[in-house]
Design a protein around this ligand. Sequence first.
Ligand SMILES: Nc1nc2c(ncn2[C@@H]2O[C@H](COP(=O)(O)OP(=O)(O)OP(=O)(O)O)[C@@H](O)[C@H]2O)c(=O)[nH]1
Ligand SMILES: [Mg+2]
Length: 274
Amino acid sequence: MVRVAKDGDGMSACFDCDALGDRQLVDSPTDLEPPQHPPPCKPRVSSPRPPTMYHLFKSIYLHATSKEEYSILLLGLDNAGKTTLLEQIKAAYTPTHPNLRTVPTVGQNVATVSLPPPNPPIYLKIWDVGGQHSLRGLWQSYYTSCHAIVFVIDSTDIGDADIAHLATDAGRNEEHGRLDECRLVLEDVLQNEDAVGVPVLVLANKQDREDCVEVVRIKEGLVRKVFEGEKGGNVRDSRVLPCSALTGTGVREAVEWLCSRVKWNKEARPPVMR
Ligand SMILES: Nc1nc2c(ncn2[C@@H]2O[C@H](COP(=O)(O)OP(=O)(O)OP(=O)(O)O)[C@@H](O)[C@H]2O)c(=O)[nH]1
Ligand SMILES: [Mg+2]
């Protein structure tokens, strides 16, 4: 039996003594002395090899060329505009045209963008997951490895965007769109313990439409109340920004905020090196 040492396991190749001894007995019929079993050979244990110049240069090269990669998770109700946003981010940072003819996402879409200077030299890996009710249970499996969450709101489908109104009699009779559903889903994200401390950017999307609610009302009437309410979870970095995923307005500002926040939070959630 031959044991061949693997590279770096500290032991050089060693031939098994029994096999060699048997063959010597058969090949030496004239031996008068009783057959002597050869002494077992000791495995030669070599000391760990010092790093070579190759390894040294390789690690310097990897250090100089690798970049930090942060994962960004796009969440929000179905039809909010997440996939359209992903297309606009790709188009803003890579030489591609956005595909704005989206279909409801069943599962996920993912894209990695490398930010050009003067942004910090990092990769953003952006995960767009389906927002339909039946798919929301999958979101939590992304929380532990994400570095920031973008919660996309359809600014045309949340009534007057004032959750205090929901509780009043006057409010009950009004048309709220999906305001209550949006509040509950956002609270659910903020309360998840795997997402504690993760920076959250709320995007008031579809600001290009005339029937949209202004960002300041969404901030004061919905987002601030959810974050400061009892289901708002722990303190975290957060921001509300207007955007139109369809026209691309506000998309770069959103990405820049995300870049600064993931870097800021890198002690708590370190990046992956690529
Ligand atoms: N006017 C306008 N329409 C938008 C905007 N963003 C998205 N839409 C439209 O809204 C619809 C839904 O967009 P999607 O990006 O597919 O929505 P989604 O959030 O990915 O939906 P799910 O995959 O079901 O979770 C599409 O018809 C988009 O063209 C926007 O900023 N303005
Ligand atoms: Mg989608």
